[in-house]
Design a protein around this ligand. Structure first.
Ligand code: SF4
Length: 179
């Protein structure tokens, strides 16, 4: 990992500890959840969308989202803030590089447990908007773009680096950079 990439993670980690950033991300996710709820998409809880290799797609997130997710996860597991069971966090078992890979040694999201998301309340933007229901692609695309724009604005307002990355790869990178 380059010095610049390492520095980005330190900036994001610092940013998500600021109340103003934390509130903005929570507010953005709440607004996104409301926008999605208006569409009443159907989820049959097959869990396939979180099994990336089987489903044949990738989840992309921003580095800031990963830093916020890990902070929220840490708070939850230490009993601060969110409630819920352990998510399991075997990041140290991952070995991969920065670039999204055609075939990852980790086929599923680490946070899917018994077919369900164990981190539902703190999952990133892409997880909140994606549904495999046929005929929902157009509004998903539109909603994703609208909320990504809002996320970009948040970065710009606070002078934060904006980097979009594959979920599993980003988690590994974060762990390497932040320990
Ligand atoms: S964070 Fe949750 S919803 Fe998102 S890919 Fe992982 S298990 Fe699925």
């Amino acid at each position: 990992m380059s010095k610049q990439q390492n520095n980005d993670w330190l900036i994001w980690q610092d940013a998500v500890q600021r109340d103003v950033i934390d509130r903005a991300i929570r507010s953005l996710y709440a607004a996104l959840d409301a926008a999605v709820a208006e569409r009443s998409p159907v989820c049959n809880t097959s869990g396939r969308c979180c099994r990336f290799e089987e489903f044949g797609h990738r989840l992309y997130v921003t580095g800031l989202e990963i830093a916020w997710f890990l902070q929220a996860l840490g708070s939850r597991e230490s009993g601060v803030g969110h409630q819920g069971g352990s998510s399991g966090l075997p990041l140290q078992q991952l070995v991969t590089g920065r670039e999204p890979q055609a075939s990852s040694p980790i086929p599923n999201c680490l946070y899917q447990v018994d077919g369900l998301c164990s981190t539902h309340t703190i999952r990133p933007l892409g997880c909140r908007v994606f549904f495999c229901e046929a005929g929902t692609e157009a509004w998903q695309q539109d909603t994703t773009e609208r909320f990504l724009d809002r996320l970009k604005q948040l970065h710009a307002e606070h002078g934060l680096p904006y980097v979009y990355m594959e979920w599993r790869t980003g988690l590994v990178e974060a762990r390497r950079a932040l320990g």
